[in-house]
Each structure stands twice: as C-alpha cells, then as structure tokens.
Design a protein around this ligand. Structure first.
Ligand code: ZN
Ligand code: FE
Length: 255
C-alpha cells in the first residue's frame, strides 16, 4: 500500500491536494477550492478523480465541487451538517468514520471551531493529516462559528497525533503566522529555525507545507496555550489554556 500526495496552489493562497493510491489508482482531492488547478494536476499525473473529501462549508473549500463532480462522476464526502450547507454530497461522515480511497484509509476527526462542521482527515498508515483551516503551520484558523474552548479542544485533538505525522493545511499563511508567533515567543529556537526555513522556501516560491507535527508542537504558539511560559509572556499566569488561546487568537486577528 503506497500513497502519493501532490500539492499545488488554488485561488490566492489555498492549497490543493491530491492523495493517490498507487495500488488501486484511486485519487482523492482534499477540498476543492476551484476546479481548474485540480483538473490540471490530475491531467499532469494521469490520475482519475474518484473522491473529494470536504473539510468544511466555506466557499474557498467547496467552490470546485459541482464542476469536478459533473466532469469525473466522483464521490463527494462531507461532514455531517444539520444545516446542509454543502451541496452535491454522496456520503456524510462524522467523528471516527473511516473513508476508503482505494486501499487508503482516511479517518474523520471532528475539529470544530473555525466552523461548526469542520473535520480533519487523518491517514494513520501514511502518517498524514489534512487539517484545512483548523491548524495551519505556526498558526490556526480564525474562530468564526465556534468559541475558543471548542477550537482549543480541536487543536488538542490534532496535537495528540504522533510527532512524525505530516501536517497539510488549507492555506499558505505560514510567513504571516511566523511573524506573529515571533512577536509572542521570540526566544523559541524551534520557531527561529522554522522562521529561517520559511523565509528560504518562500524566496524560492516553494510551499512551506507539509510540516512535521512534532515541530508544530514546539514552534506553533497556538498549540502551546497550556505552556506556562506562553501564559507568562501574555501576563496570564494561571489562566485557563482556552483563555490563553483566545488571547493569542485575538492578538493575531489584530496583527
Ligand atoms: Zn475556512
Ligand atoms: Fe479556507
């Protein structure tokens, strides 16, 4: 069993991802920001689109679904959502469900907060997580529909994954996230190393993704809201981690 992953840009700063099972030739797109770049990537590889795995209802993640489904007849998998905001869905999934992409197994992890319907897809055998707009490299998504304790809880679920898992997130926001993180956590050597790496990658016009979860746990300040050093930096010693997280998120919103 072997998986190949392709990464490319959609819209302004969204990532497009294809995950391909070399045994069965099944191919899934993680979200569908827009049809064109996904169709082009499929053509480049000679892959046929069998599935789309949607993470949440925002337009920059579902905009290409109708066109791709019409063109490829692929199955569309989306989170359970009482408001049924996502159209063209064939299979609705909830926490713990396992979606088969050929022989690849994608486990559904509910990670609400950015939206209430947000899920991440975890491919345990491939040590890979697609976390869309919940966890970014050195950042996290804005909390639009949920609240800070809910989002913090979702980040803890992702943090519980092993260090050697690779994080594939929804947007190329890493440089801006690094700038903010350094303002809060300037003396963190793991963050400093990541900052240098990100500067180099962006100068070469390369994506900063994937990143290693173990590195995120040490360098991403949003995953460290329960670290007393981070609370102290914010003058919030002894505060609830979700409150520290909320303060970080609000400062980032204003940055
Ligand atoms: Zn979003
Ligand atoms: Fe997004």
């Amino acid at each position: 069993m072997a998986a190949e992953i392709r990464i490319f840009t959609c819209l302004n700063d969204n990532f497009g991802y294809l995950i391909h099972d070399t045994d069965t030739k099944a191919t899934a797109s993680i979200d569908a920001p827009e049809a064109g770049p996904i169709a082009a990537a499929l053509e480049r590889e000679g892959w046929r689109l069998t599935d789309i795995l949607i993470t949440h209802h925002h337009g920059d993640h579902v905009g290409g679904v109708a066109e791709l489904k019409a063109r490829h007849g692929c199955r569309v998998v989306a989170p359970h959502d009482k408001a049924a905001k996502i159209a063209n869905v064939d299979l609705r999934v909830a926490n713990g469900d396992v979606v088969k992409i050929g022989n690849l197994l994608g486990r559904v992890l509910e990670t609400p907060g950015h939206t209430l319907d947000h899920v991440s897809y975890v491919f345990d055998a491939e040590k890979t997580v697609f976390a869309a707009d919940t966890l970014f490299s050195i950042g996290c998504g804005r909390v639009f529909e949920g609240n800070y304790p809910m989002m913090w809880d979702s980040l803890l679920k992702l943090r519980a994954l092993p260090d050697d898992f690779r994080l594939y997130c929804g947007h190329e926001y890493t440089a801006s996230n690094v700038k903010f993180a350094l303002s809060v956590d300037p003396d963190n050597p793991v963050l400093q190393a990541r900052a240098a790496e990100v500067t180099k990658l962006r100068a070469e016009n390369k994506p900063t993704i994937p990143s290693l979860l173990g590195e995120e746990k040490r360098a991403n300040v949003f995953l460290r809201a329960d670290d007393p050093d981070v609370a102290a930096q914010l003058h919030m010693k002894g505060a609830e981690p979700s409150a520290v997280f909320g303060e970080l998120r609000e400062r980032k919103n204003k940055s």
